[in-house]
Design a protein around this ligand. Structure first.
Ligand SMILES: Cc1ncc(COP(=O)(O)O)c(C=O)c1O
Length: 414
């Protein structure tokens, strides 16, 4: 297996500019946001230093240069997921906004009272709340697919809950808490039998494995740049062109119009119809650079290295007494996300995270924006360590050793 950490850590300033060895950062919170390589930081700096201008509107050369770089980022994004046209890529602020766009635009136009939208218990709040708001507006019904004993999507429950009333299955690809990887092809096959569309929340999968939207045969995909080694403030919605053409604009204003009269307007062509106002130009360019960086490393290589690391992480964590790990335990066959969410009996996850932080180890604690999932397991808070291709076995060793010491310390002092 290629040790990608050895090859790539030099690309990230954050891993190279610690003042002293003791400051060495162990960042195990990649699922919350990824670290940024020089290439991305340079792309942002380059744009703001030499190419800064508004896009699509200036008659001058600088605007033409900015527009070219911005539209190139759209093409890179389309290629990254194998979209058939860059017109199908709508830049948004993040994945949350992409899902809101679908809920408002597609939802307000397509959904009627009594229609059903099928979600799951493991969804991030950003794939729950927009649908709750739609249900309030339109009187549709939300249904939630359950979870199996082993912490995976219950496909039999999905089958039971699908009906001719189901208009959309909106589902996470890799759960940011359980780490399970949902079988999208199978979900699409089942949903299509009742004529339902499928949206996938690909926040936790796009940086970790190759995604080909044509082979998945989905209808919508939401992604966030900051999970992909890119800047914050930019994400994207991919949707089939036929849906985008029928959907009304989400937000109104400049950039998204064709012609404006005092009492009415007509809309610009795709994708601009859905991009009101000045977009996050430098950030889109930065995202393009991040996607090219990931492609250079190779998504297959990333998948293999992270799989090895995840098995190693679990092997070590499972030696801890009183640990409860949510989601499926990885093995050679299991296609699983590179993270472990856990709780330790009688210890609050915030205490664990704070004590680890005092040793420069960053993990996340809380509900990870999955409160309903935590309610399902009757726990308020869990700790989560999440990996990337820059992670090392040495980092995992230090993290688990510290975790052992913290547990011993807290148990002795409780
Ligand atoms: C599975 C999942 N969905 C959605 C989101 C929301 O992403 P963003 O806040 O970038 O919109 C996240 C972020 O943590 C996530 O992990």
């Amino acid at each position: 297996m290629k040790n990608l950490a050895e090859l790539t850590r030099k690309d990230f300033p954050i891993f190279n500019y610690q003042k002293e060895a003791k400051d060495n950062l162990i960042y195990l919170d990649h699922a919350a946001t990824s670290q940024k390589p020089f290439e991305v930081i340079n792309a942002l700096e380059n744009y703001y230093s030499y190419n800064n201008a508004n896009v699509h509107r200036g008659a001058h050369q600088l605007s033409a240069k900015a527009t070219e770089a911005f539209e190139k980022a759209r093409e890179i994004t389309a290629k990254f997921i194998n979209a058939s046209s860059s017109k199908e890529i709508i830049f948004t602020r993040n994945a949350t906004e992409a899902i809101n766009l679908v809920a408002h635009s597609w939802g307000d136009y397509q959904i009627k009272e009594g229609d059903e939208i099928l979600l799951s218990l493991m969804e991030h709040h950003s794939n729950l709340v927009p649908w709750q708001q739609l249900a309030k507006r339109k009187g549709c019904v939300l249904n939630h697919i359950g979870i199996t004993q082993s912490g995976e999507l219950d496909m039999e429950d999905l089958q039971r809950k699908l009906s001719s009333r189901t208009k959309l299955v909106s589902i996470v690809h890799i759960s940011n808490t359980l780490g399970c990887c949902n079988s999208i092809r199978q979900i699409v096959e089942m949903a299509s039998k009742v004529g339902a569309l499928v949206l996938i929340d690909a926040c936790q999968s796009l940086a970790h494995r190759k995604i080909d939207i044509q082979s998945l045969n989905i209808d919508f995909l939401a992604g966030s740049s900051h999970k992909l080694c890119g800047p914050t403030g930019i994400g994207f919605l991919w949707a089939r062109q036929k849906h985008l053409e029928q959907m009304p604009p989400f937000l109104g204003g400049g950039e998204m119009i064709d012609e404006v009269r005092l009492d009415s307007s007509t809309w610009a062509d795709l994708p601009h119809k859905f991009e009101a106002g000045t977009p996050a130009i430098g950030e889109a360019i930065g995202m393009g650079s991040a996607l090219q960086y990931l492609q250079k490393i190779g998504l297959e290589n990333i998948y293999s290295w992270e799989k090895e690391l995840t098995e190693y992480l679990f092997e070590k964590l499972l030696r801890i007494n009183d640990i409860r790990i949510l989601g499926p335990i990885p093995d050679k066959q299991l296609n699983r996300g590179a993270l472990a969410t856990f709780s330790i009996k009688d210890i609050h996850s915030n205490d664990i995270a704070e004590l680890l932080d005092s040793n420069n180890i960053c993990i996340r604690s809380g509900h990870h924006c999955c409160q309903p999932l935590h309610h399902h397991y009757s726990i308020k808070s869990t700790a989560r360590a999440s990996l990337s291709f820059t992670s090392t076995k040495n980092e995992i060793d230090i993290f688990v050793d510290e975790l052992f010491s913290i547990i011993t310390f807290l148990k002795q002092n409780s």
